[in-house]
Design a protein around this ligand. Sequence first.
Ligand code: SAH
Length: 350
Amino acid sequence: MQTNLMDYNLNELNEIVLSLGESKFRGNQLYNAMLNGKDYEDKINLPKTFLNNLQQKEFFLQPLKIYKTFSSKDNSTKKFLYKLNDDNIVEGVLMSYKFGRTLCISTQVGCKMNCSFCASGLKFTRNLSAGEILGQVVAVNKLLGGTTKKREITNLVLMGSGEPLDNFENVTKFLKMVTDENGFNFSVRNISVSTCGIPSKIEALADLGLNVTLCISLHAPNDTIRKKIMPIAKSYNIESVIESAHYYYTITNRRIIFEYTLIDEVNSSPKHAEQLANLLQGLTCHVNLINLNDVPERGLKGVDDKTRDIFLHTLIKHHISATVRRSLGDDIGGACGQLRSKELKEKTKN
Ligand code: SAH
Protein backbone atom coordinates (compact mmCIF):
# COMPACT_ATOMS: atom_id res chain seq x y z
CA MET A 1 0.00 0.00 0.00
CA GLN A 2 1.25 3.48 -0.84
CA THR A 3 1.85 5.72 2.15
CA ASN A 4 2.75 9.37 2.20
CA LEU A 5 5.69 10.15 4.46
CA MET A 6 4.05 13.52 5.23
CA ASP A 7 1.64 11.65 7.50
CA TYR A 8 4.40 10.48 9.85
CA ASN A 9 5.85 12.33 12.80
CA LEU A 10 9.55 12.22 13.60
CA ASN A 11 9.32 9.17 15.88
CA GLU A 12 7.39 7.22 13.28
CA LEU A 13 9.85 8.25 10.57
CA ASN A 14 12.72 7.09 12.75
CA GLU A 15 11.06 3.71 13.13
CA ILE A 16 10.63 3.39 9.37
CA VAL A 17 14.25 4.35 8.82
CA LEU A 18 15.47 1.80 11.41
CA SER A 19 13.27 -0.91 9.93
CA LEU A 20 14.99 -0.32 6.58
CA GLY A 21 18.36 -0.88 8.23
CA GLU A 22 19.48 2.75 8.18
CA SER A 23 20.82 4.70 11.13
CA LYS A 24 18.45 6.94 13.04
CA PHE A 25 19.92 10.28 11.97
CA ARG A 26 18.63 9.56 8.47
CA GLY A 27 15.16 9.98 9.98
CA ASN A 28 15.98 13.55 10.95
CA GLN A 29 17.28 14.27 7.47
CA LEU A 30 14.19 12.83 5.88
CA TYR A 31 11.98 14.82 8.27
CA ASN A 32 13.77 18.00 7.29
CA ALA A 33 13.47 17.30 3.58
CA MET A 34 9.78 16.57 4.01
CA LEU A 35 9.04 19.74 5.99
CA ASN A 36 10.94 21.80 3.46
CA GLY A 37 8.63 20.53 0.72
CA LYS A 38 11.07 18.29 -1.12
CA ASP A 39 10.00 15.34 -3.23
CA TYR A 40 12.11 12.55 -4.74
CA GLU A 41 12.77 14.66 -7.83
CA ASP A 42 14.53 17.31 -5.73
CA LYS A 43 18.08 17.26 -4.54
CA ILE A 44 17.93 15.59 -1.13
CA ASN A 45 20.91 15.15 1.09
CA LEU A 46 20.41 11.38 1.51
CA PRO A 47 22.01 8.31 -0.11
CA LYS A 48 20.38 7.29 -3.39
CA THR A 49 20.13 3.66 -2.26
CA PHE A 50 18.12 4.68 0.79
CA LEU A 51 15.75 6.85 -1.27
CA ASN A 52 15.28 4.04 -3.79
CA ASN A 53 14.58 1.63 -0.98
CA LEU A 54 11.89 3.96 0.42
CA GLN A 55 10.24 4.23 -2.97
CA GLN A 56 10.33 0.48 -3.49
CA LYS A 57 8.54 0.01 -0.19
CA GLU A 58 5.94 2.50 -1.52
CA PHE A 59 6.76 5.29 0.91
CA PHE A 60 6.09 8.44 -1.05
CA LEU A 61 7.24 11.98 -0.51
CA GLN A 62 4.32 13.96 -1.87
CA PRO A 63 4.19 17.58 -0.83
CA LEU A 64 0.83 19.24 -1.34
CA LYS A 65 0.67 21.15 -4.60
CA ILE A 66 -0.54 24.73 -4.82
CA TYR A 67 -2.18 24.82 -8.19
CA LYS A 68 -3.80 28.27 -8.15
CA THR A 69 -3.04 31.50 -6.29
CA PHE A 70 -5.18 34.62 -6.12
CA SER A 71 -4.01 37.96 -4.67
CA SER A 72 -6.26 40.66 -3.28
CA LYS A 73 -5.97 44.12 -4.84
CA ASP A 74 -4.18 45.55 -1.79
CA ASN A 75 -1.91 42.47 -1.71
CA SER A 76 -2.66 41.86 1.98
CA THR A 77 -4.32 38.54 1.24
CA LYS A 78 -3.61 35.56 -0.94
CA LYS A 79 -5.91 32.65 -1.54
CA PHE A 80 -4.53 29.27 -2.52
CA LEU A 81 -6.15 26.25 -4.06
CA TYR A 82 -4.31 23.07 -3.14
CA LYS A 83 -4.72 19.94 -5.18
CA LEU A 84 -4.76 16.68 -3.21
CA ASN A 85 -3.49 13.39 -4.59
CA ASP A 86 -7.03 12.24 -5.39
CA ASP A 87 -7.69 15.54 -7.25
CA ASN A 88 -9.89 16.97 -4.52
CA ILE A 89 -9.36 20.66 -3.89
CA VAL A 90 -9.05 22.54 -0.61
CA GLU A 91 -8.47 26.23 -0.07
CA GLY A 92 -6.25 28.27 2.18
CA VAL A 93 -5.82 31.95 2.88
CA LEU A 94 -2.66 33.83 3.81
CA MET A 95 -3.12 37.19 5.53
CA SER A 96 -0.23 39.59 5.99
CA TYR A 97 -0.24 41.99 8.89
CA LYS A 98 2.36 44.28 10.41
CA PHE A 99 3.19 41.67 13.05
CA GLY A 100 3.52 38.73 10.66
CA ARG A 101 1.65 36.31 8.48
CA THR A 102 -1.35 34.17 9.36
CA LEU A 103 -2.25 31.07 7.37
CA CYS A 104 -5.85 29.90 7.46
CA ILE A 105 -5.91 26.11 7.15
CA SER A 106 -8.57 23.64 5.99
CA THR A 107 -9.15 20.38 7.84
CA GLN A 108 -11.73 18.63 5.65
CA VAL A 109 -12.82 18.64 2.02
CA GLY A 110 -16.17 20.35 2.57
CA CYS A 111 -17.90 20.10 5.95
CA LYS A 112 -20.76 18.13 7.51
CA MET A 113 -21.97 20.87 9.81
CA ASN A 114 -24.10 22.68 7.26
CA CYS A 115 -24.31 26.05 9.07
CA SER A 116 -26.82 28.13 7.14
CA PHE A 117 -24.46 31.09 6.55
CA CYS A 118 -21.36 29.16 5.53
CA ALA A 119 -20.25 28.10 2.06
CA SER A 120 -17.87 25.35 3.20
CA GLY A 121 -20.70 23.07 4.20
CA LEU A 122 -22.12 22.79 0.73
CA LYS A 123 -20.70 19.30 0.27
CA PHE A 124 -18.70 17.04 2.59
CA THR A 125 -16.28 14.76 0.77
CA ARG A 126 -13.68 13.52 3.25
CA ASN A 127 -11.33 14.26 6.12
CA LEU A 128 -7.83 15.54 5.43
CA SER A 129 -5.00 13.42 6.81
CA ALA A 130 -2.50 14.96 9.26
CA GLY A 131 0.01 15.13 6.40
CA GLU A 132 -2.43 16.94 4.13
CA ILE A 133 -3.08 19.52 6.83
CA LEU A 134 0.65 19.91 7.52
CA GLY A 135 1.23 20.01 3.76
CA GLN A 136 -0.59 23.34 3.55
CA VAL A 137 1.95 24.89 5.95
CA VAL A 138 4.84 23.28 4.09
CA ALA A 139 3.64 24.45 0.68
CA VAL A 140 2.99 28.07 1.64
CA ASN A 141 6.14 28.38 3.75
CA LYS A 142 8.16 27.09 0.79
CA LEU A 143 6.41 29.46 -1.62
CA LEU A 144 7.38 32.35 0.66
CA GLY A 145 11.01 31.24 0.59
CA GLY A 146 10.93 29.87 4.13
CA THR A 147 12.45 26.73 5.63
CA THR A 148 11.82 24.89 8.89
CA LYS A 149 14.58 26.86 10.56
CA LYS A 150 13.53 30.20 9.08
CA ARG A 151 9.78 30.07 9.04
CA GLU A 152 7.88 32.66 6.98
CA ILE A 153 4.48 32.04 8.61
CA THR A 154 3.91 33.30 12.15
CA ASN A 155 0.35 32.23 12.99
CA LEU A 156 -1.95 29.38 12.09
CA VAL A 157 -5.74 29.43 12.30
CA LEU A 158 -7.75 26.26 11.70
CA MET A 159 -10.64 28.19 10.22
CA GLY A 160 -10.66 27.10 6.61
CA SER A 161 -13.14 24.60 5.28
CA GLY A 162 -14.12 21.79 7.60
CA GLU A 163 -14.86 21.25 11.27
CA PRO A 164 -11.52 20.51 12.98
CA LEU A 165 -13.02 18.64 15.93
CA ASP A 166 -14.95 16.38 13.54
CA ASN A 167 -11.52 15.19 12.33
CA PHE A 168 -10.08 15.02 15.83
CA GLU A 169 -7.36 12.42 15.44
CA ASN A 170 -5.75 13.88 12.32
CA VAL A 171 -6.07 17.45 13.54
CA THR A 172 -4.47 16.73 16.90
CA LYS A 173 -1.69 14.74 15.24
CA PHE A 174 -1.11 17.74 12.97
CA LEU A 175 -1.03 20.09 15.99
CA LYS A 176 1.62 17.93 17.66
CA MET A 177 3.67 17.80 14.46
CA VAL A 178 3.54 21.51 13.74
CA THR A 179 4.55 22.41 17.30
CA ASP A 180 7.39 19.88 17.36
CA GLU A 181 10.60 21.69 18.27
CA ASN A 182 12.54 19.58 15.76
CA GLY A 183 10.18 20.74 13.03
CA PHE A 184 8.35 24.02 12.50
CA ASN A 185 8.29 24.67 16.24
CA PHE A 186 5.14 26.82 16.24
CA SER A 187 4.17 28.06 19.68
CA VAL A 188 0.68 26.96 20.74
CA ARG A 189 0.09 30.65 21.49
CA ASN A 190 0.18 31.28 17.76
CA ILE A 191 -2.32 28.58 16.81
CA SER A 192 -6.11 28.91 16.94
CA VAL A 193 -8.56 26.06 16.48
CA SER A 194 -12.06 27.13 15.54
CA THR A 195 -15.00 24.84 16.22
CA CYS A 196 -18.76 24.97 15.86
CA GLY A 197 -18.84 23.64 19.44
CA ILE A 198 -18.74 19.90 20.15
CA PRO A 199 -18.49 19.75 23.96
CA SER A 200 -16.95 16.28 24.37
CA LYS A 201 -14.27 17.09 21.79
CA ILE A 202 -13.52 20.47 23.36
CA GLU A 203 -12.95 18.69 26.66
CA ALA A 204 -10.81 16.03 24.98
CA LEU A 205 -8.71 18.76 23.37
CA ALA A 206 -8.23 20.40 26.78
CA ASP A 207 -7.15 17.06 28.26
CA LEU A 208 -4.51 16.57 25.56
CA GLY A 209 -2.65 19.54 27.01
CA LEU A 210 -1.92 21.16 23.66
CA ASN A 211 -3.15 24.54 24.99
CA VAL A 212 -3.93 26.10 21.63
CA THR A 213 -6.30 29.06 21.47
CA LEU A 214 -9.85 27.76 21.28
CA CYS A 215 -12.34 29.70 19.17
CA ILE A 216 -15.99 28.73 19.42
CA SER A 217 -18.38 29.73 16.65
CA LEU A 218 -21.37 30.64 18.77
CA HIS A 219 -23.35 32.97 16.48
CA ALA A 220 -26.40 32.99 18.75
CA PRO A 221 -27.26 33.90 22.34
CA ASN A 222 -29.79 31.08 22.84
CA ASP A 223 -30.77 27.64 21.55
CA THR A 224 -33.80 28.80 19.57
CA ILE A 225 -31.73 31.03 17.28
CA ARG A 226 -28.74 28.72 17.24
CA LYS A 227 -30.84 25.78 16.09
CA LYS A 228 -32.13 27.87 13.19
CA ILE A 229 -28.68 28.63 11.80
CA MET A 230 -26.46 25.80 13.10
CA PRO A 231 -27.78 22.22 12.84
CA ILE A 232 -25.15 21.08 15.39
CA ALA A 233 -27.16 23.01 18.03
CA LYS A 234 -29.81 20.30 17.79
CA SER A 235 -27.31 17.82 19.19
CA TYR A 236 -25.66 19.99 21.86
CA ASN A 237 -27.40 22.80 23.70
CA ILE A 238 -25.71 26.13 24.25
CA GLU A 239 -25.32 25.49 28.00
CA SER A 240 -23.20 22.41 27.35
CA VAL A 241 -21.05 24.35 24.87
CA ILE A 242 -20.44 27.09 27.43
CA GLU A 243 -19.74 24.49 30.12
CA SER A 244 -17.08 22.91 27.92
CA ALA A 245 -15.58 26.37 27.36
CA HIS A 246 -15.30 26.81 31.15
CA TYR A 247 -13.61 23.41 31.30
CA TYR A 248 -11.18 24.37 28.53
CA TYR A 249 -10.26 27.56 30.36
CA THR A 250 -9.84 25.77 33.71
CA ILE A 251 -7.49 23.18 32.24
CA THR A 252 -5.49 25.34 29.84
CA ASN A 253 -5.73 28.83 31.35
CA ARG A 254 -6.28 30.16 27.83
CA ARG A 255 -8.87 32.85 27.17
CA ILE A 256 -11.72 31.52 25.03
CA ILE A 257 -12.59 33.36 21.81
CA PHE A 258 -16.22 33.37 20.72
CA GLU A 259 -16.98 34.08 17.09
CA TYR A 260 -20.29 35.74 16.44
CA THR A 261 -21.39 36.54 12.90
CA LEU A 262 -23.96 39.30 12.84
CA ILE A 263 -26.91 38.41 10.62
CA ASP A 264 -29.67 40.86 9.85
CA GLU A 265 -32.92 40.11 11.68
CA VAL A 266 -31.55 36.89 13.12
CA ASN A 267 -29.10 37.46 15.98
CA SER A 268 -28.07 41.12 15.96
CA SER A 269 -30.45 43.14 18.18
CA PRO A 270 -29.35 44.85 21.44
CA LYS A 271 -31.50 42.27 23.31
CA HIS A 272 -29.44 39.49 21.73
CA ALA A 273 -26.26 41.27 22.83
CA GLU A 274 -27.55 41.44 26.40
CA GLN A 275 -28.45 37.76 26.35
CA LEU A 276 -25.02 36.91 25.03
CA ALA A 277 -23.35 39.00 27.74
CA ASN A 278 -25.35 37.12 30.40
CA LEU A 279 -24.42 33.78 28.94
CA LEU A 280 -20.71 34.59 29.02
CA GLN A 281 -20.55 36.21 32.47
CA GLY A 282 -17.82 34.73 34.64
CA LEU A 283 -15.83 33.21 31.78
CA THR A 284 -12.47 34.64 30.70
CA CYS A 285 -13.27 35.22 27.07
CA HIS A 286 -13.36 37.58 24.12
CA VAL A 287 -16.04 38.03 21.50
CA ASN A 288 -15.02 38.48 17.88
CA LEU A 289 -17.87 40.04 15.93
CA ILE A 290 -17.79 39.09 12.26
CA ASN A 291 -19.63 40.88 9.51
CA LEU A 292 -21.54 38.27 7.56
CA ASN A 293 -20.07 37.78 4.14
CA ASP A 294 -23.05 37.26 1.94
CA VAL A 295 -23.56 33.73 0.73
CA PRO A 296 -26.25 34.47 -1.85
CA GLU A 297 -27.42 30.87 -2.17
CA ARG A 298 -28.37 30.94 1.52
CA GLY A 299 -30.30 34.23 1.36
CA LEU A 300 -28.85 35.80 4.51
CA LYS A 301 -27.73 39.42 4.89
CA GLY A 302 -25.18 41.18 7.08
CA VAL A 303 -25.94 44.19 9.28
CA ASP A 304 -25.17 47.92 8.86
CA ASP A 305 -22.38 49.60 10.82
CA LYS A 306 -24.76 51.17 13.31
CA THR A 307 -26.37 47.86 14.29
CA ARG A 308 -22.92 46.32 14.62
CA ASP A 309 -21.63 49.16 16.82
CA ILE A 310 -24.66 49.04 19.12
CA PHE A 311 -24.15 45.28 19.52
CA LEU A 312 -20.45 45.79 20.26
CA HIS A 313 -21.05 48.54 22.82
CA THR A 314 -23.80 46.59 24.56
CA LEU A 315 -21.33 43.75 25.13
CA ILE A 316 -18.64 46.12 26.36
CA LYS A 317 -21.12 47.88 28.68
CA HIS A 318 -21.76 44.48 30.24
CA HIS A 319 -18.01 43.94 30.75
CA ILE A 320 -17.57 41.46 27.92
CA SER A 321 -14.36 42.05 25.98
CA ALA A 322 -15.29 42.35 22.29
CA THR A 323 -13.99 43.62 18.97
CA VAL A 324 -15.05 43.58 15.34
CA ARG A 325 -12.96 41.31 13.15
CA ARG A 326 -11.35 43.03 10.21
CA SER A 327 -12.34 41.30 7.01
CA LEU A 328 -9.55 40.60 4.55
CA GLY A 329 -9.64 39.14 1.10
CA ASP A 330 -13.34 39.40 0.28
CA ASP A 331 -12.51 40.55 -3.26
CA ILE A 332 -10.92 37.14 -3.96
CA GLY A 333 -13.50 35.02 -2.15
CA GLY A 334 -11.04 34.50 0.69
CA ALA A 335 -13.09 35.85 3.58
CA CYS A 336 -14.90 33.76 6.22
CA GLY A 337 -17.44 31.39 4.75
CA GLN A 338 -16.50 32.11 1.16
CA LEU A 339 -14.02 29.31 0.72
CA ARG A 340 -14.56 26.65 -1.89
CA SER A 341 -18.05 27.47 -3.14
CA LYS A 342 -16.87 29.45 -6.17
CA GLU A 343 -14.37 26.83 -7.29
CA LEU A 344 -16.93 24.07 -6.84
CA LYS A 345 -19.45 25.98 -8.91
CA GLU A 346 -16.88 26.47 -11.64
CA LYS A 347 -16.01 22.78 -11.54
CA THR A 348 -19.61 21.72 -11.97
CA LYS A 349 -20.02 24.17 -14.87
CA ASN A 350 -17.19 22.53 -16.83
N1 SAH B 1 -15.96 24.68 11.42
C1 SAH B 1 -15.20 25.64 12.14
C2 SAH B 1 -14.19 26.41 11.32
C3 SAH B 1 -14.59 26.92 9.95
S1 SAH B 1 -15.45 28.41 9.77
C4 SAH B 1 -16.13 26.56 12.89
O1 SAH B 1 -17.34 26.40 12.79
O2 SAH B 1 -15.64 27.42 13.62
C5 SAH B 1 -14.52 29.72 10.42
C6 SAH B 1 -15.40 30.87 10.90
O3 SAH B 1 -16.03 31.59 9.82
C7 SAH B 1 -16.54 30.38 11.78
O4 SAH B 1 -16.70 31.20 12.89
C8 SAH B 1 -17.71 30.51 10.85
O5 SAH B 1 -18.89 30.52 11.56
C9 SAH B 1 -17.39 31.78 10.12
N2 SAH B 1 -18.18 31.97 8.92
C10 SAH B 1 -18.67 31.02 8.11
N3 SAH B 1 -19.38 31.56 7.10
C11 SAH B 1 -19.35 32.88 7.26
C12 SAH B 1 -19.88 33.98 6.52
N4 SAH B 1 -20.60 33.80 5.43
N5 SAH B 1 -19.62 35.21 6.97
C13 SAH B 1 -18.87 35.40 8.08
N6 SAH B 1 -18.35 34.41 8.81
C14 SAH B 1 -18.58 33.16 8.42
